[in-house]
Design a protein around this ligand. Structure first.
Ligand code: SAM
Length: 381
């Protein structure tokens, strides 16, 4: 369970769903009989204990031995089991009313979609808040739909089931007001530590639909070239369901791993470059649950060096300009992995990392934000 010493901790992270309730209400109802602790390590104690997170608003942690599956707040979608790291992208994106419409490009099962929906609806009226959620896999989109409904976000989120984000037309009139995009594409899943990180398994009273089975490919239509890439990605999605996503066999075969990471990185870069094309966009977050620099810092550096980034003025959001809880987070990117960037130290410092098996109690994760000026955002190129 990720424990490499007495200081490692693996709590159960719980996000209070601000669409349905507030942290204060939850503390006085669902968690009324819990004792507050001020350190994650204290959750190793006995009894009902609760820790209120210092980085992410509306996030709490409880001891992993406590089962919430029959808790009424959980069954009503008032609380959502979600790893702390997985809450970083929507919080870092920090969508504001002036950012208009938000796109979640790779949305299922919907943890980040419902989180971003909660953020935008808390800032504007729920009727004005608008999130478009693309999910290429129709089966996974069913889970997304159920999760959005359970979270009370079905009127905020427009689900595009079966929609490949890279085929969404950035210049379509309906996307003219898209100011922010959250990108959480398929990855190697090498940061995943256990089934708690598989959110499809944490939907109360909804059928998550058939779960991908490792080694068994699902069929999908498409032309031959597209199919080839998709199949590779599908294998990845299947592998993230495993407790140890990288089998010993793959780890022993460095060439195979390098090829797999290169394939994933090319797909991840494609997603980012497509997001950069939305005419009014000024904010993008890119995240993975991978520990590999090839999918993380290296992709960020390539995105910054792209022609579209230069043409449209996309740059990294430096640490000092990040929302407070992310600015305070100490674990940052690796400058060596940012070689090639014009300011590797700044880019590395802007990259936010989580490591499994640490005192922070998260899964392995990576997130970075890109921004550009609003004036540039209004300039439809
Ligand atoms: N953001 C999700 C959450 O927090 O619950 C997890 C997203 S998962 C890492 C990546 C998802 O992207 C998968 O469901 C996959 O089917 C979907 N996907 C992959 N390629 C896509 C594409 N080109 N367009 C839209 N969705 C895609």
């Amino acid at each position: 369970n990720g424990s490499n010493g007495t200081s490692s901790v693996r709590p159960r992270w719980v996000r209070v769903n601000a669409v349905r309730t507030t942290l204060e209400k939850c503390l006085s109802t669902a968690f009324a009989d819990y004792t507050r602790v001020t350190s994650l390590l204290d959750l190793k104690g006995t009894g009902k204990l609760i820790y209120i997170d210092e980085n992410i608003p509306n996030l709490i942690a409880i001891p992993p031995r406590i089962d919430l599956s029959k808790n009424p707040a959980y069954l009503k979608g008032e609380i959502i089991i979600q790893d702390k790291a997985s809450c970083f992208p929507a919080y870092l994106l920090n969508p504001q009313p002036e950012d208009g419409h938000v796109i979640d490009a790779c949305a299922a099962p919907g943890n980040k979609t419902t989180h971003v929906a909660a953020i935008v609806s808390s800032l504007t009226s729920a009727s004005e808040a608008k999130v478009t959620a693309c999910e290429r896999d129709k089966t996974r989109a069913l889970t997304l739909k159920k999760m959005a409904k359970l979270a009370g976000a079905e009127k905020i989120v427009d689900i595009r089931a079966g929609q490949d984000f890279t085929r969404l037309d950035p210049n379509a009139e309906q996307f003219a007001d898209v100011g922010a995009l959250l990108l959480d594409p398929s990855c190697s899943g090498s940061g995943i530590v256990g089934r708690d990180d598989m959110p499809t398994l944490h939907l109360p009273s909804v059928d998550a639909g058939p779960q991908p089975v490792a080694g068994k490919k699902r069929k999908r239509k498409g032309n031959a070239a597209e199919k080839k890439v998709e199949e590779k990605e599908e294998v990845v999605e299947e592998e993230v369901t495993e407790e140890t996503p990288e089998s010993a066999e793959v780890e022993n075969d460095e060439k195979k791993l390098a090829a797999r990471l290169a394939n994933l990185a090319a797909f991840q870069l494609k997603i980012i470059l497509h997001a950069f094309k939305f005419p009014a966009a000024t904010k993008v977050t890119y995240s993975t649950c991978s520990i590999h620099a090839e999918e993380n810092e290296n992709v960020v550096v390539k995105a910054l060096a792209s022609d579209i980034a230069k043409e449209r003025g996309w740059r990294i959001l430096p640490r000092k300009q990040q929302v407070e809880g992310m600015r305070k987070w100490q674990r940052r990117g690796n400058a060596e992995a940012c070689t090639g960037a014009s300011a590797p130290e700044v880019v590395a410092e802007a990259c936010i990392k989580c490591e499994k098996g640490t005192e922070e109690g998260t899964m392995g994760f990576f997130v970075a934000a890109f921004v550009r000026d609003r004036e540039a955002g209004e300039d439809k190129q």
